[in-house]
Design a protein around this ligand. Structure first.
Ligand code: ASP
Length: 407
């Protein structure tokens, strides 16, 4: 018997089935049932993904670097990737700010200034930019693996990859080991990915059943504003970039990226989506070595959805505390939201924690985050979806710039 549905089709079916079941559960008042008995299956799946992330990033990056076999090429791919990330993130901030100001100007943001008492938020400590920079460099690689500190794992991969190339012939044994280990990890990854419809279905049912009411709540317009931003950025920036730089039509781009987008939407973690993004980028025709380099880096530092969210949330919360942001303050928002999104980890809810940094810079009380904390997952679904889309489009563009063709 032939396989009935391909994985992307299964994921789409799981998404639709999850929405329908979620609505039924919401109507039947089964929200807590979905949280107790369905969500755990999604959690198991995400745990499996998290468990393979460190070996996937480590071996796929080292393997990618070794295959490029030339540190100059690694450098060229590196700066093009980072340039793409920075430019698109800055554009994302501008889109977020413009939209938020349109909504604010039209009086569409609710006035929640009186509700803060019931919604307190404890800010996390920030060590500042220099400390963040220093912390990228590991003192003990086992700790980096243990804590799944992805920036450190990336640095470790870069250093090992570069050293293997530098060691030449003598490193043959290590080269063979990396190739063999990566082949095993790839099989493991394929197995875990094949379970993704279960993750999509259970998470979607749970979110719709428990958060559905929040969508209709007072923050609906703020969420809508962020989603318009996500959609504009995906359609205008990414698909145009894929079209102009990589010669890929928007339909092909989105249809190939769809499994990763849907999975990111339901899991709210770019890092957990990484194995699926890799599959999608390869399907799209991105060079495997380049995507092995670009995607882990993107899942760690390229967060355009997070940047849009931070800008929209900042304007909204500023409005709530009676502040009107001036042009120079908006420029500060663009710079800090770009940095905050780079510093955001690719895990669920991280963008909201980094929002505190943007608010602090502007003098908006961080406790105001309490106003949006309840619906953060709804913001997070869209922003994570956009984050991984950006990584995939970057992998396609950099492939074209380096290899002259995609596919
Ligand atoms: N959840 C997002 C991601 O993994 C990060 C964020 O919270 O903004 O990409």
């Amino acid at each position: 018997m032939t396989k009935k549905f391909s994985l992307p089709q299964q994921i789409i079916i799981a998404l639709i089935a999850g929405i329908v079941c979620g609505l039924i559960c919401a109507a039947a008042g089964l929200g807590s049932f979905t949280a107790s008995y369905l969500k755990p299956f999604g959690d198991i799946f995400v745990n499996l993904l998290k468990f393979i992330i460190v070996p996937v990033v480590l071996f796929s990056m080292i393997e990618g670097i070794i295959s490029m076999n030339d540190m100059k090429k690694v450098g060229a791919v590196g700066w093009k990737t980072v340039a793409y990330f920075l430019v698109t993130t800055a554009i994302a901030c501008i889109i977020g700010l413009v939209l938020a100001n349109i909504f604010r100007g039209a009086g569409l943001f609710p006035d929640l200034s009186g509700e803060l008492g019931s919604a307190q938020y404890e800010a996390k400590e920030f060590g500042g930019f220099m400390k963040t920079l220093v912390d990228i460099f590991p003192t003990n690689m086992w700790n980096s693996f243990l804590n799944a500190n992805m920036l450190q794992v990336i640095v470790i991969s870069l250093m090992f990859g570069g050293s293997i190339i530098a060691a030449g012939e003598k490193a043959q044994l290590v080269r063979d080991f990396v190739a063999s280990a990566y082949a095993v990890i790839e099989k493991l990854m394929m197995f875990v990915i094949s379970l993704s419809p279960i993750g999509v279905f259970t998470y979607m049912t749970w979110v719709v059943a428990t958060q559905g009411a929040n969508i209709i709540g007072s923050l609906a317009l703020v969420i809508l504003c962020a989603y318009i931003g996500y959609a504009i950025h995906a359609v205008v920036v990414y698909s145009t970039a894929a079209r102009i730089f990589a010669g890929i039509s928007p339909i092909r781009f989105f249809s190939k990226a769809a499994p990763a987008m849907i999975f990111a939407f339901t899991s709210t973690s770019s890092a957990a989506t990484l194995p699926i993004s890799k599959e999608c980028a390869d399907e799209l025709g991105a060079d495997k070595d380049i995507s092995a380099f670009v995607l882990p880096l993107g899942a760690t530092i390229n967060m355009d959805g997070t940047a849009i969210y931070q800008c929209v949330a900042t304007v909204f919360l500023a409005t709530c505390c009676g502040m009107n942001l001036s042009i120079s303050q908006m420029v500060i928002v663009v710079v800090t939201a770009t940095l905050a999104s780079i510093g955001t980890a690719g895990v669920s809810g991280a963008g909201m924690i980094m929002l505190a940094m943007v608010l602090e810079t502007l003098g908006i009380p961080v406790a105001y985050i309490g106003l949006i904390v309840a619906v953060d997952r709804l913001f997070d679904m869209g922003r994570t979806c956009l984050n991984v889309t950006g990584d995939i489009s970057c992998a396609a563009c950099v492939t074209k710039w380096e290899d002259g063709k995609v596919g």
